[in-house]
Design a protein around this ligand. Structure first.
Ligand SMILES: [Cu+2]
Length: 195
């Protein structure tokens, strides 16, 4: 027969392990990049992982035009209308345009990831860390928003890098949808439900 204290310890341990699992799941997301123009076979996969130093982003694209292409997180999770429905750069604290991995959140938009350089084989890769950026539940969080691959290079000019049209787009999706809902609900109740 177990004492109440033992039961309480077991219950606490169980709850702690449940929370720990939820955190692990909530820390990973992917975005599947598709061409905004139906006649292009451009595609890509972007992996996101929350790490102590920030949000690690590993991107791979294929069947893309050779050269440098601006690559950013935009403010809405909608790729319709040739990617225009994704809106402007995700910039909740009204900073200038920059390169988040080097400039940080005080001197860049949240998802200013510079350029992906695509080779003559149509393939390109990029690996960056966005310091202070999260997937859910903390400010700023990017799950549910769109990642845009632009037609032209980001030249880092103001206001948005002059990268032209939007050739690829994908929405950042957490790997476990039930966790997404739980995490979002928790975040909403923390912040008093404003959007
Ligand atoms: Cu952009």
């Amino acid at each position: 027969m177990k004492t109440n204290t033992q039961k309480l310890i077991m219950l606490s341990a169980f709850m702690a392990s449940t929370l720990l699992c939820a955190n692990v799941w909530a820390a990973n997301a992917t975005a599947s990049i598709k061409a905004t123009d139906g006649s292009s076979s451009l595609s890509g996969l972007i992996k996101f992982e929350e790490k102590p130093g920030g949000l690690q982003v590993q991107a791979e694209v294929e069947n893309a035009p050779a050269g440098k292409h601006g690559f950013h997180i935009h403010e809405k999770g909608d790729c319709s209308d040739m990617g225009k429905a994704a809106g402007g750069h995700f910039n909740p604290h009204t900073m200038q345009h920059g390169f988040t991995p080097k400039d940080g959140l005080q001197h860049a938009h949240v998802g200013d990831m510079g350029n992906i350089e695509v080779g003559s084989d149509g393939k390109g890769k990029l690996s960056v860390v966005l310091p202070g950026v999260h997937l859910t539940g903390q400010d700023p969080s990017v799950a549910g928003l769109a990642v845009i691959l632009h037609e032209k290079p980001d030249d880092f000019s103001q206001p948005t890098g002059n990268a032209g049209g939007r050739i690829g787009c994908g929405v950042i999706s957490l790997e476990d949808e039930s966790t997404v809902t739980a995490a979002n609900n928790a975040a909403s109740s923390d912040k008093g439900m404003h959007d």
